[in-house]
Design a protein around this ligand. Structure first.
Ligand code: 5GP
Ligand code: ZN
Length: 147
């Protein structure tokens, strides 16, 4: 599975041009950590830190202010659940939650998502994407997958 390079091809066949909808529908593979009826969590392919995870609602919504209270409550509850799991399973010492709204704020994928960015010791944070090693992400996702 190559969750990065397959992207350019699949975007041509996507129904609504949304990469995260395609991931939620299983049309594009992901390094899945957690899934239920409403939410999906998977590793970011350009991680800020080891274990950088994205949590999305399966149903498309653009950002925080476009999202219903009900959906938001469900997603945030899963952010907490997945973050608690990552803290133990990685393990990490802490984590940042990041949620960008609009291009001016750095949002590049217009489907609501929360970043869980694990932190280690006093390692300084650099909010800068680096291309992930797909083999490493595959192994890490298998280790972190929630039952
Ligand atoms: P934003 O800047 O919109 O808050 O974050 C979007 C994130 O989605 C980025 O960190 C980027 O690396 C990640 N991303 C973009 N395309 C894909 C993809 O196809 N799969 C995964 N797992 N992450 C993606
Ligand atoms: Zn979408």
């Amino acid at each position: 599975m190559n969750c990065g390079r397959i992207l350019w091809y699949n975007t041509r066949t996507m129904k609504n041009d949304c990469i995260f909808c395609a991931i939620a529908a299983g049309e594009i593979p992901s390094f899945k950590i957690y899934e239920d009826d409403t939410v999906l969590a998977y590793l970011d392919i350009n991680p800020f830190t080891e274990g950088h995870t994205l949590v999305i609602p399966k149903a498309h919504t653009k950002g925080l202010v476009d999202t219903s209270d009900e959906t938001l409550a469900a997603v945030v509850a899963r952010v907490r659940k997945v973050a608690a799991h990552l803290k133990e399973a990685l393990p990490c010492d802490g984590f940042n939650i990041l949620q960008n709204n609009g291009p001016a704020a750095g949002q590049t994928v217009m489907h609501l998502h929360f970043h869980i960015v694990p932190r280690y010791g006093s390692q300084p944070i650099v909010f800068e994407s680096r291309k992930g090693d797909m083999e490493h992400l595959k192994v890490l996702a298998a280790r972190l997958a929630m039952g």
